[in-house]
Design a protein around this ligand. Structure first.
Ligand SMILES: Nc1ncnc2c1ncn2[C@@H]1O[C@H](COP(=O)(O)OP(=O)(O)O)[C@@H](O)[C@H]1O
Ligand SMILES: CSC[C@H]1O[C@H](OP(=O)(O)O)[C@H](O)[C@@H]1O
Length: 399
C-alpha cells in the first residue's frame, strides 16, 4: 500500500516542520500553494512573521494544467530530487538545494529562493541580469560534463542511465516538442490567424526530416544527465546569482538538448520583445538577448573544454582534439533543439509569457510568426551554422 496522499496546506506545514531543517520548527505556521507551473503543487511555508522560509513541492498523480484526465507518474518527483542532488554535487552555486525528499510521498523540501525572481518574468519586464547567461553556461557545463562518458566510469554510467530512465516525462517531450506541432493534434494551441504558417510548416518536407532526426537523437543518445526542461521559467535569478529548479524531466539524453532549450527561450524573448516593450524600445533588449545567447554558449563550451582537458577519465575520449570534435556535434544539435523549442512554445500545448502576454493581437501574431519562421530556419540550417557568431548573424538576417 502506498503512503501517498495529496498534501493540504496544513500537511505541508507539518512536513516542513519535520524536514525543513529550520532551527525553530514551530515557528513555521502557514503555507500558501503558489505553483504556477504545468505539473505540481508548490507550497511556500511561512513563519509567524509571515516570512517564507522553506519550499515543499509535491507531484500530483496527474498533469496539473490539464487535470485528472491526464494521469502522470509520481516517480517524476524522485527523478527531480535525484537529478537536482547530482547537479548540486557538481554545481552547487547554480542548483537549488534539496533539503529532503520522499519518493513514495512524491515530495521534496527545497531551499526557499523567494529572494530571487523567475528569469522569464524579469525578461518579460525588460529587466537585464548581465551575469545570468554566463552562469547558466557554467551550470550546463559542470552538470553535463560530470555526468557524461568523459568523466563517469562506463559501468557506473550505465547504471545511472537506468536509474534515470524517465519514460513518461520523456514521452511528453517527445510528443510536445517533436510530434504535435507538425500534425493536427487536439493538444496544440494557436490562434486561427496562424493557420497558414502552421500549414506551411507541416508541408515542409526537409523540415519534417530534420525534426525526425532531432527526435531520433532525443530518443536514443544517452550522453549526459540532462536537466531536461531548462527554460527561463525554471531558472531563478538575483543580482549576480542564478539557480536552476524543476528538473523532473531529467534523463540521460543528447547533451545539446539543454543548451538548445536554454537558447530557444532567450530567442522566444527576442521574438516577443517588440510586442512586450514596443518596436523602437525593443532594439536594446534584443541586442542583450543576442549577447546572452553568445555568452551562454561561450561560457558553456569553454568550461566544458577546460573540464575535458583537466578531468577526462576515459583514456580514449581524452585524445587531444576529441572534445572539440564532440562539442561541434553538440553545437549543431543545440541549434536544432533551439529551433524546435521556438516552434513548440508558439503553437504546441505549453506556451510562454514572452509571447502570450503581448496584449495587441496583431502584434502578438507578428511576434509568433517571427518565432515560427526563426525556429523553422534554425532547424533547417542547423548543420550549416558553424559557430555562435554565425548563429547570431543568421538570427539578424532572419529578423
Ligand atoms: N525553491 C523555490 N523557492 C521559491 N519559489 C519556488 C521554488 N521552487 C518553485 N517555486 C515557485 O513555484 C513555481 C512553480 O515551480 P516549478 O518547480 O516550476 O513547478 P512545476 O514543476 O509545476 O513546473 C515557480 O515558478 C516559482 O514561482
Ligand atoms: C504537460 S507538461 C507541458 C510542459 O510543461 C513543462 O514546463 P513547466 O516547467 O512550465 O512545467 C514542460 O516544458 C512540458 O513540456
Amino acid at each position: 500500500m502506498s503512503r501517498y496522499y495529496t498534501f493540504t496546506a496544513k500537511d505541508a506545514v507539518e512536513y516542513a516542520r519535520q524536514f525543513g531543517g529550520v532551527a525553530d520548527p514551530h515557528s513555521l505556521v502557514t503555507a500558501d500553494e503558489i505553483g504556477d507551473g504545468n505539473l505540481n503543487l508548490v507550497f511556500k511555508i511561512r513563519d509567524t512573521a509571515g516570512k517564507s522560509r522553506v519550499i515543499v513541492k509535491q507531484a500530483l498523480p496527474y498533469v496539473r494544467c490539464v487535470g485528472e484526465s491526464w494521469p502522470l507518474t509520481l516517480d517524476r518527483a524522485r527523478i527531480e530530487a535525484e537529478t537536482l542532488i547530482i547537479h548540486g554535487q557538481y554545481c552547487p552555486q547554480h542548483t537549488v538545494t534539496v533539503l529532503h525528499h520522499d519518493a513514495e510521498l512524491a515530495v521534496m523540501v527545497q531551499e526557499d529562493l523567494s529572494d530571487h525572481h523567475i528569469w522569464r518574468s524579469e525578461l518579460v519586464q525588460g529587466k537585464y541580469y548581465p551575469q545570468a547567461s554566463a552562469q547558466l553556461g557554467e551550470y550546463l557545463a559542470q552538470t553535463l560534463f560530470h555526468t557524461s562518458d568523459f568523466f563517469q566510469n562506463a559501468q557506473t554510467k550505465k547504471a545511472e542511465v537506468s536509474r534515470f530512465t524517465n519514460p513518461e516525462l520523456c514521452q511528453i517531450t517527445e510528443d510536445l516538442f517533436f510530434t504535435d506541432p507538425y500534425v493536427d493534434h487536439e493538444r496544440n494551441n494557436f490562434d486561427a490567424v496562424l493557420q497558414p504558417e502552421v500549414d506551411a510548416l507541416r508541408a515542409d518536407k526537409p523540415l519534417r526530416l530534420a525534426v525526425a532526426a532531432l527526435k531520433h537523437r532525443f530518443l536514443s543518445k544517452a550522453e549526459a544527465l540532462l536537466h531536461g526542461d531548462i527554460h527561463s521559467g525554471s531558472i531563478f535569478v538575483a543580482e549576480g546569482k542564478l539557480k536552476a529548479i524543476d528538473a523532473e524531466f531529467g534523463y540521460y539524453g543528447p547533451l545539446g538538448f539543454d543548451p538548445g532549450s536554454a537558447m530557444g527561450n532567450l530567442l522566444l524573448n527576442y521574438c516577443g520583445l517588440p510586442g512586450l516593450v514596443g518596436v523602437r524600445e525593443a532594439a536594446d533588449g534584443r541586442e542583450q538577448r543576442l549577447k546572452d545567447v553568445r555568452e551562454l554558449w561561450l561560457s558553456f563550451s569553454e568550461r566544458f573544454l577546460q573540464l575535458a582537458r583537466d578531468k577526462s577519465q576515459d583514456p580514449t575520449l581524452a585524445e587531444p582534439g576529441y572534445a572539440e570534435f564532440f562539442l561541434q556535434e553538440v553545437w549543431h544539435d543545440a541549434v536544432g533543439y533551439c529551433g524546435a523549442e521556438l516552434i513548440r512554445r508558439t503553437i504546441g500545448l505549453a506556451h510562454v509569457a514572452d509571447l502570450d502576454t503581448i496584449k495587441d493581437a496583431a502584434m502578438r501574431a507578428d511576434c509568433q510568426r517571427h518565432a515560427l519562421s526563426l525556429g523553422q530556419k534554425l532547424i533547417l540550417t542547423a548543420q550549416q551554422i558553424g559557430d555562435v557568431e554565425s548563429l547570431i548573424a543568421r538570427i539578424r538576417q532572419f529578423s
